[in-house]
Design a protein around this ligand. Structure first.
Ligand code: ADP
Ligand code: MG
Length: 442
């Protein structure tokens, strides 16, 4: 085939693939536009997993009548004008690609009215071309309705999952937004039913409550850390206490300047802070907002804008780790095992209760079950569950993990107990081993 320049329609379809991969990415772009328009309330409706219909309605600043058509042109944006602006982006969108990309792979109807205007304007775009523009009554704000998504891109349709699975991705997306923008009220309707709603009162814990339920939200620990001076980094959010963990990392939400991001480095920093607090293969639940001067973050890495680059990555990493670590330590100070307790001539056996200082949730002695009312001395074998030994401290204590938490076993006491029980058993069988005491006189 000879080299040819692609038709604008085909070029638009190819470019659209980078921005809109599935229904959830359409929702992401439309909600970001609503947020950039300063909306206080955003409602999303989807049908057929978003393939049949996606509608996003906001109460934001709207689009003036003369601009509604331009909004659908590629690289048309009201958010940046000069190359320098790229260095300090404060809006979620800036590439001017979302509306044209969505319109290239679906049928879009946009109805918008800036609060100052008397009426609204409707524009319909099909297959990337404007087919209708007309004045139309509208509440203040903007509504975008997307129908027949990917109908003209069969190759893309093949990669999508079931409507329920796509809907669940949309819901996860809305959760992210609610956690990133607690001051905005979100509502999601799936197949005619309200699937999610956030209060929009501005409180992060309340936003967490709408996503993860009030019980979980109540237990989360507050993180607050601010670096002084210019070029400051501010870390704020809620993280799970050590006794609340998850089997996957999908409960970790990181926001940089209100933008939800995916960052392996920062996720690692967060998990590092939990070292010693969580078991292997368990992960925290966390909603952490990082705020830093916009000039220090590069969001123009990929069209989906999920990745960012930091000018001072190491400092950001350290701030996040320190902030989370101090929240955890303040909640449950790490017990310090001082080697001075143990002398060279032989270990002094400090009472186990002393060793447990600093672990507020575990006041019980090593051989009794936490919370159990059975006396340790009477029937210990029934009380002590099977333990997983983690290690040994100064050849004096065995550190173990059981269903109730951490156990410190005084190994000398345990050994005496084993001998004692062996003797008792022999007594029951009436065949005790006898050993004569030997006295030597001289
Ligand atoms: P970008 O968000 O990168 O600027 P988009 O294609 O998403 O590009 O949108 C193009 C323009 O349309 C935006 O810059 C904005 O001016 C306008 N726009 C889109 N959606 C809305 C909305 N919900 N409210 C107000 N203006 C909007
Ligand atoms: Mg946009």
């Amino acid at each position: 085939m000879p080299i040819r320049v692609l038709s604008p329609e085909l070029a638009a379809k190819i470019a659209a693939g980078e921005v809109v991969e599935r229904p959830a990415s359409v929702v992401k772009e439309l909600v970001e536009n609503s947020l950039d328009a300063d909306a206080g309330s955003i409602s999303v409706e989807i049908r057929g997993g978003g393939l049949e219909l996606i509608r996003v309605v906001d109460d934001g600043e709207g689009i003036p009548p003369q601009e509604v058509e331009v909004a659908f042109q590629r690289f048309a944006t009201s958010k940046i004008a000069l190359a320098e602006h790229l260095d300090s982006i404060t809006t979620l969108g800036f590439r001017g690609e979302a509306l044209p990309s969505i319109a290239a792979v679906s049928n879009v109807v946009l109805l918008s009215r800036p609060p100052g205007e008397h009426g609204g304007t409707l524009v319909e775009v099909a297959g990337g071309k404007v087919v209708r523009t007309a004045p139309q009554g509208s509440p203040p704000g903007t509504s975008v309705t997307v129908r027949g998504l990917f109908r003209n891109v069969p190759a893309r349709l093949k990669f999508l999952r079931s409507p329920a699975a796509e809907a669940s991705r949309v819901q996860t997306m809305l959760h992210q937004f609610a956690l990133a923008f607690p001051q905005v009220r979100f509502r999601l309707e799936i197949e005619g039913r309200t699937a999610f709603a956030s209060p929009g009162g501005g409180d992060l814990r309340e936003a967490c409550s709408s996503v993860y339920g009030p019980r979980t939200a109540r237990t989360l620990l507050e993180v607050a850390f601010s670096e002084e001076g210019t070029g400051s980094i501010d870390v704020r959010g809620l993280v799970s206490p050590p006794d609340l963990s998850r089997a996957s990392r999908s409960y970790i939400h990181l926001m940089v300047n209100r933008r939800w991001i995916q960052s392996r480095t920062l996720t690692y920093a967060l998990e590092e802070a939990y070292q010693g607090f969580l078991m292997e293969r368990r992960h925290p639940l966390a909603v952490v907002h990082l705020t830093l001067p916009p000039g220090e973050v590069d969001v123009n890495v990929h069209p989906a804008k999920l990745e960012v680059r930091f000018h001072r990555e190491r400092e950001v990493f350290a701030s996040l780790q320190r902030a989370v670590r101090s929240a955890l330590v303040a909640h449950a100070p790490v017990p310090t095992v001082r080697s001075t307790t143990f002398t060279a001539s032989g270990p002094t056996r400090a009472p186990a209760s002393m060793m447990l200082q600093g672990l507020p949730s575990q006041p019980s002695l090593p051989l009794s079950a936490p919370g159990g009312d059975v006396k340790a001395a009477s029937t210990p074998r029934e009380v002590v569950p099977s333990l997983r030994v983690l290690g040994q401290v100064q050849s004096v204590y065995i550190v173990a993990e059981g269903p109730g938490g951490m156990y410190l076993v005084d190994q000398h006491a345990a050994h005496e107990r084993v001998l004692y029980e062996r003797v008792q058993e022999e007594m029951r069988e009436r065949a005790p081993q006898v050993q004569a005491l030997q006295y030597r006189y001289r």
